[in-house]
Design a binder for this molecule. Sequence first.
Ligand code: HEM
Length: 257
Amino acid sequence: MSAQAPLAPAPDRPIPVHPPHPGKPRVVQNSLRARLNRLLLARWVQPGLVLICLVPLGWLLFAAFTDRLGANPAEALIRASGDWALRFLCLTLAVTPARIGLQLPTLARLRRTLGLFVAFYALCHLLAYAWFDMGFEVDEIARDIAKRPFILVGMVAFGLLLPLAATSFNRAVKALGAVRWRILHKAVFGIAVLALLHFYWMRSAKNDVAEVVVYALVLGFFMGWRVRHAWQDRPGREERDAKPAQPAKPAEGQAAA
Ligand code: HEM
């Protein structure tokens, strides 16, 4: 879910490199990065990523049609599609830290596709639940929400995903304007929190939250990274930091050193 910003540095401009790791010559890092950046720009990367993202769906369909989903196939499908929605959410949130940390600007190209697959697997999850568990009965679903509020939390998360998916195309970015688009897409952090709450609420009823803790740590890391980065990049920070510190006022009666 990303605007397609200028992705690759011009070929004649060196890729900016932070202080190199000791023992690794800068030129090697530069050329490896340049190669990776170029590779990520290749035409086959996007279709290749789409194919990879469809593998879990392919596996689930194969398993469903060959009786490999265990004793409760409906539950297995609902759970697996929910798990994949959450995994793609983690991957989507990993793109920006990886792009900046590894200095691979072209990684940004992958974010929109990964984000769309969060919405896609969440839709599969919703459909599997509404079909296999509820038989598409709206009254049944309403009763279930009243009985198990974590379902409502999942629905709110899904509802928030929809505008993000709908505005992840270049035309929508242009129509909204970059600033509004960026503000809207900050909702991804709210979605992550709601998805975790949904997962935790469901699993805590079964006293089985170990997996939830792992996802919380992963998502917490990526969100913490973004907060730290935004804080470091806040407007005017460089000027403020460059100002010499004001000498402390000597206390009354005390001579300044
Ligand atoms: C569209 C609204 C949603 C509905 C109706 C819904 C419904 C459900 C239900 C019924 C379960 C429990 C299955 C069971 O009892 O075995 C579940 C589990 C789960 N859902 Fe959702 N959900 C929704 C949205 C989401 C979203 C947006 C995400 C993530 C981005 C998500 C991730 C999960 C996960 C990770 C689980 C636990 C799977 C496991 O135990 O391995 N759900 N959901």
